[in-house]
Write a protein that binds this ligand. Structure first.
Ligand SMILES: NC(=O)c1ccc[n+]([C@@H]2O[C@H](COP(=O)([O-])OP(=O)(O)OC[C@H]3O[C@@H](n4cnc5c(N)ncnc54)[C@H](O)[C@@H]3O)[C@@H](O)[C@H]2O)c1
Length: 446
């Protein structure tokens, strides 16, 4: 039997072994979903603490809930390891490693390439490999496949992609913290380097996901993921820009978005905020900009959106400065409390959070800055920021001594009514105080 038929049989009988490389926000839920779909799953990560946590059933991604790690750790169909030599055991490998930007805002594919090399070293006939990490078009075909083949060396002799082994791209659409969808219920795009790769990848993902959407090629899948994220970045920039224009006219952007949202077609609400955060929206669009530059083109929408969104922390700080000035206080020496460090509600994810830039700018102006975040007890290590800070409690005493509270993240776990009662001045970037009935504090939207 040829490699294609043999893998098809294993996938349809549930006998295929899945290998997930990178057990983070994307990889862990995927491992769990494939496990629920009946497959044996091997998890791979370079971080030994994650492997230990999984073996012991300790949950290291709180927003996912404990059930996921408990189920996996108790199962004899799941194992996690740092031994990449075992990748040869997997029939279907999904790569879920980071794709950050480098120092010059260039794509950093080093994690993806390292995974490709790990796969190459144990490559064998009958394997299906899917890249999930967000990246620019043609990465799977040009960079990923080449790295697999060059690491495979002699092993690759006689092995042909689309005949003996199979390669696809399937972007992840996780939205950490969103309760309305799970890995299983979010439709998943799948595009292979050839028809057979696509067909097998559709079968593999159908074990984990209800609605698998077959697209024409890996390049369509790669580009669709970028379009989704660029769409968000551009629309968020649009409302942020409108906020800047409407504010001096005394018009509330939140009222305007709510009003426009009553249109039953042709409009989709996006909300202003303190700046972009997370692993995706601030980063992914620039993967396309870089690729466009390589072929002599420019991505003006992306650059403009980046510029507008990037200015938001500075705008928030200017609102804090003006609000304190109205109370006859300079920023220097004022006590400013940042409410919410995570980049979005109800998660502990602080990657690229705008709160860090706001803290940095306020500290630079001489403010005495502290923060409160029920999900982030300690200011984490970040690439560009280092603060030795721990989350402070929101007590009546502290709030009465604070000159200004800046709402950066509207976590459900924060007692907004207490803030409205006990704070003096609130700069609100999330419209969080609009939901509180009896607000005594002076609220300035930013
Ligand atoms: N977080 C999201 O919401 C989200 C959504 C859609 C797409 N994505 C994309 O998915 C990819 C992964 O993102 P994430 O948020 O899961 O990242 P993450 O940082 O949460 O997880 C990545 C994991 O990979 C591990 N890792 C790093 N190098 C490795 C290697 N060489 N071999 C094995 N493991 C390695 C890390 O230790 C970590 O556990 C990125 O390309 C990201 O853009 C993320």
């Amino acid at each position: 039997m040829d490699a294609f038929e043999s893998l098809r049989g294993k996938l349809s009988d549930g006998l295929a072994v899945a290998g997930i490389i990178g057990l983070g926000y994307v990889g862990l839920p995927l491992a769990h979903a494939l496990h629920q779909g009946g497959l044996r799953v091997l998890g791979f990560d370079v971080d030994p603490s994650k492997i230990d946590d999984l073996a012991a059933g300790r949950n290291y991604l709180k927003h996912l809930g404990d059930e996921m790690t408990t189920t996996l750790s108790r199962s004899d169909r799941f194992e996690a390891t740092t031994d990449f030599g075992r990748l040869g055991e997997a029939d279907f490998i999904a790569v879920c490693v980071p794709t950050p930007l480098g120092k010059q805002q260039n794509p950093d594919l080093s994690y993806v390439i390292r995974s490709a090399e790990d796969i190459g070293r144990t490559l064998r006939a009958g394997q299906l490999i899917s890249l999930e990490s967000t990246t620019y078009p043609r990465t799977t075909r040009d960079e990923f496949l080449s790295a697999i083949l060059s690491a495979a060396g002699d092993r690759a002799r006689g092995l042909e992609v689309g005949r003996d082994f199979f390669v696809a791209f399937s972007p992840e659409r996780e939205d950490p913290g969103r309760k309305s969808h799970t890995t299983r219920t979010i439709p998943k795009l799948v595009g292979g380097l050839d028809d057979k790769s696509t067909e097998l990848a559709v079968m593999a993902y159908s074990r984990a996901v209800t609605d698998v959407v077959r697209v024409e090629s890996a390049e369509v899948a790669e580009s669709a993921k970028l379009l989704e994220n660029i769409f968000r970045a551009v629309n968020i920039a649009l409302v942020n820009e409108m906020k800047l224009i409407l504010e001096p006219m005394g018009i509330d952007i939140w009222d305007v978005v709510a009003a426009a949202s009553t249109k039953p077609f042709g409009f989709m609400p996006f909300y202003p905020g303190p700046g972009l955060g997370g692993h995706c929206i601030p980063i992914d669009p620039f993967y396309l900009s870089w690729k466009a530059r390589e072929i002599g083109l420019t991505t003006r929408f992306i650059e403009l959106a980046g510029e507008v969104n990037h200015r938001m922390p500075e705008y928030v700080v200017s609102r804090v400065t003006r609000a304190l000035n109205d109370d006859a206080k300079p920023v220097r020496g004022s006590k400013v409390l940042i409410c919410g460090l995570a980049y979005k509600p109800d998660v502990d994810d602080t990657r690229e959070t705008p709160a860090a830039e706001i803290i940095e700018q306020l500290a630079h102006l001489g403010a005495d800055v502290s923060y409160h975040d029920p999900h982030v007890p300690q200011f984490p290590k970040m690439r560009n920021y280092r603060f030795d800070m721990a989350s402070v409690e929101l007590s009546a005493d502290r709030l009465s001594q604070t000159d200004c509270v800046v709402i950066v993240t509207d976590h459900k776990a924060i007692d907004w009514a207490q803030l409205g009662r006990e704070a003096r001045l609130i700069v609100d970037t999330r419209n969080a105080m609009s939901k509180v009935a009896d607000v005594r504090a002076r609220v300035v939207k930013a």
